[in-house]
Design a protein around this ligand. Sequence first.
Ligand code: PGA
Length: 249
Amino acid sequence: MSRTPFIVANWKMHKTSKEAEEFIQTLSQKGLPAHKRVGIAPPFTALAAAVKAAKGTGIEIGAQTMHDQLEGPFTGEISASMLKLEGATFVILGHSERRQYANETNEQINKKVHLALKEKLHPILCIGETLKERQEGHHLAILTTQLKLCLKGLSSSLASQLTLSYEPIWAIGTGRAATPEMVQEIHAEIRSFLEGEFGVDCAGKVNLLYGGSVKVENSASLLAQTDIDGLLVGGASLDVDTFTRIMTS
Ligand code: PGA
């Protein structure tokens, strides 16, 4: 089954609306690759400007997180419907920095996955193990638990609309990426988990991204693996020339 590779920039807490606009203009002038989808997740304050700049370019704009309720007294939070209304088409959920700094649990992330799908906001669900968990050989058990809890209650047809991103925590922002072979091995496990839970059709449809110190030097070899269907790029997505090279690799 063919899956269109998806290259996503996660800008984290970087870039103003003006910088987002300039980046998107430059990126679109360079021309998007023919057989890839390209997404950018700017901070909330740059979302509307990014949507406007990306109009007609094919670049998809998404958010880095959202709340698990549609509205209410939740100071500082933002909802799926608000993001949707601003023109976001996808949302990153369960990023390890959200799990670590905002104490997000698998149960909360599960609620967000359900809500995003209900609101027709495409979820990119992140999972990943710590260095200690990998060294102790528990990483597969940890990843399976994250998948089970975060995807709880989904039907096969809803699950097949997801994108998953494997992001080993020890590789994020460290310059120490997982090797293509390591990622392929995990992605094959994730796909067989999906097959067991949701069936072969769903497992064949879900894009599996990798994130963690993706750079120009490793992007092509990562994408060459059978089960790596895209990349979630942090630090290396902030420079338009670097991101362009990754996007076209
Ligand atoms: P990095 O971040 O590319 O800076 O390691 C990846 C991520 O957090 O998605």
